[in-house]
Design a protein around this ligand. Sequence first.
Ligand code: AMP
Length: 213
Amino acid sequence: MRIIIFGPPGVGKGTQAKLLSATLSIFHISTGDMLREAVSEGSELGRRAKEIMDAGQLVSDDIMIGLIRGMLKSERTRKGFILDGFPRTIPQAEALTKLLDELGLRLDAVVSMEIGDEEVVRRLSSRRTCRACGKIYSLVGDSLKDPTKCPSCGGELYQRDDDKPETVRSRLKVYAVSTAPVKDYYKRLGMLRTVDASGSVDRINSAILALLR
Ligand code: AMP
């Protein structure tokens, strides 16, 4: 299967993409994770991306399309993939359509996760990620005994720099202007499936699997 998971920052795309990747045995491509890895490795890309990400802005289309091109040509995505965080602009969506055509691949679905702005801000400000295993938690929903320690592996839980309130506001603006039109792009192609993303992780996961079946 080849799926795009779409929605505003903080809607839970990463959490659902990880679950779907395991259930459907398909590769999880998170462009945000790829950039954060580049930042922690201190590569040239990471140095360029860090400032942009910390400001809540988008890394250039050329760079992102180059990253995805490499990924879709690699052996790892041969059995299928779930794209999380890409495409985020119309030029990225158009480049993806072209790239899939070139590779003779077809998208199965674009799943749009939908919630209100207020809920987005609430979720982002309470999101914590494990530095060791990458699991994502909510300070509100997950009743953690120790908000600094991963209950699964004991690793350190941290708040992403771009989840701080000032950056969240910029990210929501960028989403409304540059990313929301991508939804209409897939709607016009007849590929868009929407899911109410305001419930529990399990309920949303079942709803997405039902859509895909
Ligand atoms: P995410 O983890 O998907 O929320 O991405 C974190 C940040 O990485 C975003 O706020 C952007 O600065 C950058 N980023 C991730 N994916 C893309 C993309 N497809 N295009 C441009 N910037 C991106």
